[in-house]
Write a protein that binds this ligand. Structure first.
Ligand SMILES: [Ca+2]
Length: 226
């Protein structure tokens, strides 16, 4: 065979290569359509028994469906544990589509959260040993939905990394307080450096003329809290 003459492939080899290409193409198309397929959560309930997990109506960029009713139930190992729900994204039609959070297993349980719109909700905790979450949407207009993570701990919010957890109770360090040690008892050091006040017995004692939790208000200040 001289130069410039292409080697002719055998018919069997061509068929084999063609079949292989088709299979690979089909696999790719199936994979892509599977990835793009929105996860529809409506009329479903997911139950979690783990100590951590992600709750979402579907992937980011994929809207929830109209007339949705999606439920997620988180169960702690025992009723002394605390379930915390922390939102990462939130986007529902304001005043029409809601995320409801209940402290318990049913819709008869106390309602501890009712969120709608695009403001990211505050962290929320359930103390009954179970948390029920419901995404409700009306019959028109949908948005991206929400994404939140939950964690189950022996103490509320794991004592916010400012305390020790013992027998389901937080023992706070330094000037941290509150049920989950997330409360600063002497905020801004009570303005000690600028002689506004001092922290004594985990409470701000303000200098004359100053008031407020951090002694940041002065009676001569016309603009209020600084
Ligand atoms: Ca809607």
């Amino acid at each position: 065979m001289g130069p410039g003459v292409r080697k002719k492939s055998k018919p069997g080899q061509t068929f084999y290569l063609l079949a292989l290409s088709c299979i690979l193409w089909l696999c790719l198309v199936t994979e892509i359509s599977g990835t793009l397929q929105p996860t529809v959560c409506t009329k479903s309930r997911k139950v979690f028994n783990s100590s951590w997990g992600i709750i979402t109506d579907g992937p980011s960029g994929s809207n929830y469906t109209q007339d949705s009713h999606c439920e997620w139930l988180i169960r702690a190992q025992n009723s002394s544990q605390v379930i915390t729900l922390k939102f990462h994204t939130m986007s529902t039609e304001c005043s029409y589509d809601y995320v409801f959070v209940y402290d318990g297993e049913s819709f008869e349980s106390p309602l501890i959260g009712s969120f709608s719109g695009k403001s990211q909700p505050q962290q929320i905790t359930a103390t009954s040993g179970a948390m029920l979450i419901l995404l409700y949407s009306d019959t028109n207009y949908v948005l991206d939905g929400f994404r939140a993570e939950f964690f189950v701990t022996n103490c509320p919010n794991n004592c916010s990394d400012h305390g020790m957890c013992s027998l389901h109770k937080c023992y706070c360090q330094g000037t941290w307080g509150g049920r989950d040690c997330g409360l600063e008892l002497c905020p801004e050091g009570c303005g000690k450096d600028s002689h506004r006040g001092e922290c004594k017995m985990n409470r701000c004692h303000c200098a004359a003329g100053y008031s407020g939790q951090a002694c940041s208000l002065h009676r001569a200040d016309q603009t209020g809290n600084k």
